[in-house]
Structures are given as structure tokens and as C-alpha cells.
Write a protein that binds this ligand. Structure first.
Ligand SMILES: [Zn+2]
Length: 278
């Protein structure tokens, strides 16, 4: 779910240049353009997150809490929790690998997911339909996950809240389960997603739910689906899940970027991955 942050960065840089007369403003801007440290980037890389374009952003969620996040594409990692995330661990006996922790733990697999409908952050009618379809994708699998979908504004009762933000580019953003094995609680759907079909909206929401329960991008190492060119490493340094393709060309719901003809459905290998993990 690629979003364009480069223009935002340029704006910030321009603001820095033109606001030098006022020291307090300059300082404020400098805080906004904080860069990730090498240690933080190393940790993200070992978590299986692409580190080519990582930004530091202050993000306020629907509960009013503002936190500092490391943002890579559509993935938001709370900086304060970075140390608690596990790195991806390889099996010793070869090239079949999988994650062993920081997926949703057994007691947390009955997941209440809320389609937010209150006020300006409410999902559009199309997005609500797409959320129903996305939840149906997961509930059609015979595994230990179960999603209970409701709509409204009672975010306190929800494990995952799906809401809309004012962002003209299509796409969304989410994060990964925490060390307690709880799913990531926020899915932000960009308002620009409304311009795409319901199937594309379904694809984006299904993809973001995938992050919330622990899936990484299938092409995390080079984001080939986003139009990047570059060799796929012979041995990707991070996991893939047994039975799933390692090629970024495969049509996984977890490719980093989407097209405007997505059907919103899992591939067989997506189902395999989810059924192995859960
Ligand atoms: Zn993603």
C-alpha cells in the first residue's frame, strides 16, 4: 500500500528553508524531520521490513493518543515498542523458514474488528462493504482465527479498528502484533482509496488485516510490486513461510503495492501461509 511521502518530505524541507527567521519554528520543523537511526533501521530489516524509505512520523490514532512511529510504506511500527518486536528467525536446516513469535497468540484469536462509522474518520459505504468482504476472506479459512465484525464508534470494545484518514493516495497502513500476542489495533484507510473498485478496497483491507496478524510483505526485500527493479537475493535474509512462493512475482495479497485490477481474494499460497501460521 504505497503512499507518497516524498512530497511531504519536500514540503518539510522547504518549510525549514523558509522559516529560518524564527528559531522556534525551525526547531519544531527539525523535530518533524527526525531520521531513523542505523540501529532502528537494522532492527526493522531484521524484522523483515524494507528500509529503503523509512520515515519518522508523529501519528495520532482515533483514541487521541499520539505516538512516534517508524513508517515504511504502509507499515507503522511504534518506536517505543521497537525493542519488543522479535526478529525473524531462520530454521537451521535450510531454506524453509517461518516466524515463530509475534503472531496473534491463541487466547487472542477471536478478534473483534470494528468498521468505524463515527464522523469524518468513518468508513465510506464502499469501504464498509469491502471490510465485510475482507473479513469474509479470513473467516472462510479453516484455522484458529475468527473475526467478529461490527460497525459503529465504540472503539473501546474492538481489538482492531478500521478507520479512514484524509490522504488522497489510495492505500492504507497498519502494524504488527505486539509481544503479548495481540493483533495490531489500527488500520488506517486512505480516503483516496474510495476512487478504486470495491474489490481493490477489499484487497487493501485484507492486506492490512494481514499485517495486523503478523504477515510481512512478500516482496519486502525489494518491493518489486511497486515497480522497483533489482535482483532478488538468492537467499532472502528473512523468513518465508513453508509452501509459499519466494518470488515477488506471485500474486500474493501481501505484495507491497497494489494495482487497480486487484480482485481482493487470497491466492492459494496466502491461504497456505495463514493456515500454517494459524
Ligand atoms: Zn503492506
Amino acid at each position: 500500500m504505497k503512499t507518497i511521502r516524498f512530497s511531504t518530505l519536500c514540503t518539510v524541507i522547504l518549510l525549514t528553508v523558509f522559516s529560518c527567521k524564527r528559531k522556534e519554528i525551525t526547531e519544531e520543523v527539525q523535530e518533524i524531520v527526525q531520521e531513523p537511526t542505523k540501529e532502528q533501521l537494522d532492527k526493522l530489516y531484521n524484522m523483515g521490513i524494507n528500509i529503503e524509505e523509512v520515515s519518522v512520523q508523529q501519528i495520532t490514532m482515533l483514541d487521541g493518543k499520539t505516538d512516534t512511529y517508524l513508517v515504511s510504506g504502509d507499515i507503522m511500527v511504534p518506536m517505543s515498542q521497537l525493542d519488543s518486536y522479535a526478529v525473524l528467525e531462520s530454521l537451521e536446516n535450510g531454506n524453509k523458514q517461518y516466524r515463530d513469535i509475534n503472531i496473534v497468540s491463541s487466547p487472542n484469536r477471536n478478534i473483534n474488528i470494528l468498521g468505524f462509522t463515527g464522523g469524518s474518520a468513518g468508513l465510506t459505504s464502499k469501504m464498509q462493504t469491502a471490510l465485510r468482504w475482507a473479513v469474509n476472506n479470513y473467516n472462510a479459512l479453516s484455522n484458529s482465527l475468527n473475526f467478529n465484525l461490527s460497525f459503529g464508534a465504540n472503539i473501546g470494545a474492538a481489538d482492531i479498528v478500521v478507520f479512514r484518514i484524509n490522504e488522497p493516495n489510495g492505500g492504507g497502513s497498519a502494524g504488527f502484533p505486539n509481544f503479548l500476542g495481540e493483533p495490531y489495533p489500527w488500520i488506517r484507510i486512505n480516503s483516496g482509496t474510495e476512487a478504486f473498485s470495491t474489490n481493490v478496497n477489499e484487497h487493501i483491507i485484507t492486506h492490512e488485516i494481514g499485517h495486523c496478524i503478523g504477515l510481512r510483505h512478500q516482496d519486502w526485500f525489494n518491493r518489486q510490486s511497486c515497480g522497483n527493479v533489482g535482483l532478488v537475493p538468492a537467499e532472502p535474509p528473512a523468513i518465508w513461510i513453508p509452501g509459499t512462493p519466494t518470488s515477488p512475482n506471485a500474486d500474493s495479497i501481501m505484495l507491497a503495492c497494489f494495482g487497480n485490477s486487484e480482485d481482493g481474494e487470497f491466492t492459494d499460497t496466502d491461504r497456505t501461509a495463514l493456515n500454517i501460521l494459524y
